[in-house]
Design a protein around this ligand. Structure first.
Ligand code: GLY
Length: 359
């Protein structure tokens, strides 16, 4: 059974289709969408090896001409070099204003293809076929695109909404365990900031791993509906959307400082959430029992051991939520209630993390 959610954004509104075999809906969507006959699939090498032939066949059955552009697997592909390679491939493939980019993969491919779709010919259409849990619950929805630079993660990007998202949950069976936990971290983020009912669902699961009994359609639908509601109110992140960055200021600093790709994004977010929860008690009055319950759930997200770098301050102040060089943290006052709190000293976040992980 496929669930369909609507993201209402006036002329940029679109649907998110969630469920096993959601990709089978693609041919009808493409025929009705009149995308000018030509599309390019962007995928990383691993995903293309597993799903490339099937997706090509499904897309070509709409009558469109399909080209393919593969990128190396991993966070390092979110670069200016890969944007240039992709845009040149689109030009060689004859893509025009009415043509379509299909992002087939996890967050890296979605962010990269999304950015290229907003730049090439000043903007062409995009659809997202997320293959990782993280991309299904978060990055394929809401229109953020981006690449990294050595100075910081996602510092270059645009807002460019997709025309549709097709989250085919059958593909999660080939997800590596680390990538599963990475996606679960974003689900926990939504639960802690926006959805107490989703939090209780996760709390009842002793094991948040891939065989722990979590229903992917249930959590993807819950996370996407909460996110769609936030994006509807604040598409360009001038207010409430910033709560979706819970745990992310420190996460982005850790990813940039350790070197992109050392930690999965969700693993870094899990560490960032531990720090944010500790600060939430001090700065927002998060009650002790809620702190313990929240930490118990975050603690079930498996994260490799890392030595926390000491040079995070520069990365923290370059966070996109900083105002006048002052870091603003997303904290919670109760499970499901988040807000923004300016910090005098960005180092507070690092100290909170070190205290939380007992370094
Ligand atoms: N990943 C956070 C957002 O889309 O706003």
């Amino acid at each position: 059974m496929i669930q369909t959610l609507h993201v209402p954004l006036k002329d940029r509104s679109y649907d998110i289709h969630i469920g096993p075999d959601a990709w089978e809906k693609l041919p009808c969507f493409l025929i009705e969408g009149e995308f000018g006959g030509r599309l390019i699939v962007v995928a990383d090498e691993r995903v293309y090896r597993i799903y490339g032939n099937r997706v090509r066949e499904i897309l070509a059955s709409s009558g469109m001409t399909v080209s393919v552009h593969e990128v190396p697997e991993g966070e390092r592909s979110k670069s200016f070099l890969e944007i240039e390679n992709l845009c040149r491939e689109m030009a060689r493939s004859g893509l025009e204003r009415g043509s379509l980019i299909v992002a087939l993969g996890g967050g890296v491919v979605g962010d990269l293809a999304g950015l290229a779709s907003s730049l090439y010919l000043r903007g062409i259409e995009l659809i997202q076929l997320p293959t990782s849990l993280l991309a299904m619950v978060d990055s394929s929805v809401g229109g953020k695109t981006g690449i990294n630079i050595p100075e910081g993660k996602n510092l270059v990007g645009t807002f460019h909404q997709p025309r549709a998202v097709f989250a085919d949950t059958a593909v999660l069976k080939t997800l590596e365990e680390r990538d599963w936990y990475s996606g679960i971290a974003e689900v926990v983020k939504i639960a802690l900031t926006l959805d107490p009912q989703l939090f209780r669902y996760l709390e009842e699961k002793e094991d948040l791993g891939p065989s722990g009994g979590i229903d992917p359609v249930r959590v993807i639908t819950a996370a996407c509906s909460a996110k769609a509601e936030v994006v509807r109110e604040d598409e360009r992140e001038s207010g409430q959307r910033r709560v979706l960055n819970f745990g992310h200021t420190l996460a982005h600093a850790l990813e940039a400082s350790l070197g992109y790709g050392i930690l999965r994004h969700g693993e870094a977010v899990a560490l960032g959430m531990q720090a944010a929860l500790a600060l939430s008690v001090d700065r927002c009055g998060l009650p002790g029992d809620q702190y313990s319950r929240a930490m118990a759930v975050v603690g079930r997200i498996r994260v490799p051991e890392v030595t926390v770098p000491t040079d995070l301050a520069g990365y923290l102040t370059r966070d996109k939520k900083s105002v006048g060089g002052r870091v603003t943290a997303v904290l919670i006052s109760n499970i499901g209630q988040a807000g923004m709190v300016p910090l005098e000293d960005p180092g507070t976040l690092t100290e909170a993390l070190l205290a939380a992980i007992g370094d």
